[in-house]
Design a protein around this ligand. Structure first.
Ligand SMILES: *Cc1c(COP(=O)(O)O)cnc(C)c1O
Length: 331
């Protein structure tokens, strides 16, 4: 029987076969400093090692490769498209270039030139349109309708969530007796995919989600039992901003099924976690990748004696933002 969200263990194993060699099988390291601090075994999954700087390469590569398997290379001749400036846009551009598929990314005129250049460097064509993310997305819809391009969504598709879920398979191989996995939560492809994989192998492992204190669309939607819109606010964890889509068809049901508990972290907690990871682990992570540690510290989550994995999901952070985080911590 197929679950409503469509993310089966079989789909995740297929994803792993498909993305092998295209995506880094990232290291899981044991953190001495954090293990001592929390009297637990704390492991860090380094998705910051992906060539695009974040785990989103897994989902994008899986979806584009699956569509090539299904429709042939010619079936994707019109190319793939999306409207993201962030980790998803970079991931799609890189995945498409490697798989020989043209990529078009629609960006509003508000997106700064350095971000546009970064996307173009990865081989994607950038179309500038409108003054907002919504207008850019309108152009994506037009390209799909009129030019036959294929939309690669950032999270809400079983192929995307299954791609992110390959992280869960790797975790279970490298640390088979994990008690808990703590995952940043926005659209829910990452947490949903990891949760589906981990629960299929070890149902007792807790899946803990962490979102921003404000604008946590997935959390509000789970409370309401349907997708709701939230106001987007500026945050050190900007990769966790944004809605889940009012027509969400996959990740809301999936996250509702696999997530055991949930926390919302403050900006100072994110700042402290980013600086801690930089100072003690010598790893540069963006705010969204530090929320697991932020939640452990801010809520004093009881992990004593447990084996816990934190997903360091990405490293898209500027020196300016690191400065902002340091100022917030006073360190
Ligand atoms: C996208 C993203 C997330 C959240 O993933 P979702 O699938 O949207 O929940 C977390 N961390 C980073 C760095 C991201 O880019």
């Amino acid at each position: 029987m197929l679950p409503r969200h469509g993310v089966t263990p079989a789909l995740i194993y297929e994803a792993r076969r498909r993305i092998a060699g295209q995506v880094v099988r990232s290291p899981l390291i044991h953190s001495t400093a954090l293990s001592a601090r929390f009297d637990a075994d704390i492991y860090l999954k380094l998705e910051t090692c992906q060539p695009s700087g974040a785990f989103k390469l897994r989902g994008a590569t899986n979806m584009i490769a699956a569509l090539i398997e299904r429709h042939g290379q010619d079936g994707l001749a019109a190319g793939v498209t999306t409207a993201s400036t962030g980790n998803h846009g970079r991931a799609m551009a890189l995945a498409a270039a490697r798989l020989g598929v043209p990529a078009t990314i629609c960006l509003s005129h508000l997106v700064p030139a350095n971000k546009v250049a970064a996307i173009e460097t990865l081989g994607a064509e950038v179309v500038r349109v409108g003054e907002s993310q919504d207008e850019a997305f309108g152009e994506v819809e037009r390209l799909v309708r009129e030019r036959g391009m294929t939309l690669i969504p950032p999270f809400d598709d079983p192929l995307i969530a299954a791609g992110q879920g390959t992280i869960g398979l790797e975790l279970m191989e490298d640390a088979p007796d994990l008690d808990r996995v703590i995952v940043g939560l926005s659209g829910g492809g990452l947490l949903g995919g990891i949760g589906a994989a981990v629960k299929a192998i070890r149902p007792g492992t807790r899946i803990t989600g962490v979102s921003l204190a404000r604008g946590a669309a997935m959390w509000e939607s789970l409370q309401a039992g349907r997708p709701v819109e939230v106001e987007e606010v500026e945050s050190l964890g900007d990769s966790l901003g944004g809605g889940i889509g009012l027509d969400n068809r996959c990740t809301l049901a999936l996250v509702g099924e696999v997530m055991d508990d949930h926390y919302q972290v403050s900006e100072p907690a994110i700042a402290h976690a980013m600086v801690d990871i930089l100072e003690h682990e010598k790893l540069l992570v963006e705010g969204a990748a530090a929320v697991g540690l932020a939640a452990m510290a801010e809520y004093r989550i009881d992990v004593q004696g447990q084996r816990v994995a934190l997903i360091l999901s990405g490293n898209a952070v500027s020196l300016e933002t690191i400065d902002r985080a340091r100022k917030l911590t006073g360190r």
